[in-house]
Design a protein around this ligand. Structure first.
Ligand code: DC
Length: 242
């Protein structure tokens, strides 16, 4: 369960004030990997906000509620408990007390998560939970609206982007190496574009960089380069930068 503990193992930086690192960006930009690396390096709690939308989407699918039915989803949200259990390799997700982590990455849940996330009542509920999780600080939280809506005062805000083609390629390779049902590269790219469109154009807290976010375009960078740039931003904030 989320408590006052930190997820990291090697505490290179010593934090004197509670730190919040907000990482936003579209699907497949590498947010989770970068968040995990920062959590380990700086001893931060790593919280994946997207997993909460995914868990709620799974519940809606199981309840056979259409992702466009705002009223039914709001009622469903009132009787739903979503928790994150941070760990070294990512978050375990508990939906009404049951571990659903392995069921959250299927194409059906992925699309439904993006669809349920357009509803203001769903966002209000999950943003409230996310703010409570991050209230003690010393967290890195990744998502779409962390720097704009969840933690608008986060001292470090990163907007991680990459071309849709590159993100599609990475997601395809990632899916192939896991238990996620494999789709053809063209289909993965098509889904990334559809999700981008929905995430960026929804009326309530659309995906966009906060005015004070630092943009990192990872299209032509290696993962290590992205992590080093992100880590340098954190180091600047906590005063151990060169
Ligand atoms: O980060 P992810 O792919 O697990 O997110 C799944 C969906 O959840 C994403 O398409 C949009 C939604 N989401 C959101 O609206 N706001 C967030 N902070 C995180 C995710």
């Amino acid at each position: 369960m989320v408590s006052g503990t930190t997820a990291g193992s090697s505490n290179e930086g010593s934090l004197t004030t509670p730190l919040i690192v907000a990482i936003d960006g579209p699907a497949g930009a590498g947010k989770s990997t970068v968040a995990r690396a920062l959590a380990q390096r700086f001893g931060l709690l790593n919280l994946e906000s997207g997993a909460m939308y995914r868990a709620f989407a799974l519940k809606a699918i199981r309840a056979r509620i259409a992702t466009g039915d705002a009223v039914a989803l709001e009622t469903l949200a009132q009787e739903t408990d979503v928790r994150l259990e941070p760990g070294e390799m990512g978050n375990r997700v508990l939906l009404d007390g049951a571990d659903v982590t392995e069921q959250l990455r299927s194409p059906g849940v992925t699309a439904a998560a993006s669809e349920v996330s357009v509803h203001p009542a769903v966002r209000r509920w999950l943003v409230g939970l996310q703010q409570a999780l991050g209230a003690q600080g010393n967290v890195v939280m990744e998502g779409r609206d962390i720097g704009t809506a969840v933690f608008p005062h986060a001292p470090v805000k990163i907007f991680l982007d990459a071309s849709p083609e590159k993100r599609g390629e990475r997601r395809y390779e990632q899916n192939r190496s896991t238990a996620v049902p494999t789709e053809m590269p063209a289909k993965v790219l098509e889904e990334i574009r559809a999700r981008d469109r929905r995430d960026r154009t929804r009326a309530d807290s659309p995906l966009k960089p906060a005015p004070d976010a630092v943009l990192i375009d990872s299209t032509d960078l290696t993962l290590e380069e992205v992590i080093e740039r992100a880590a340098a931003l954190v180091e600047q904030k906590i005063g151990i930068g060169k």
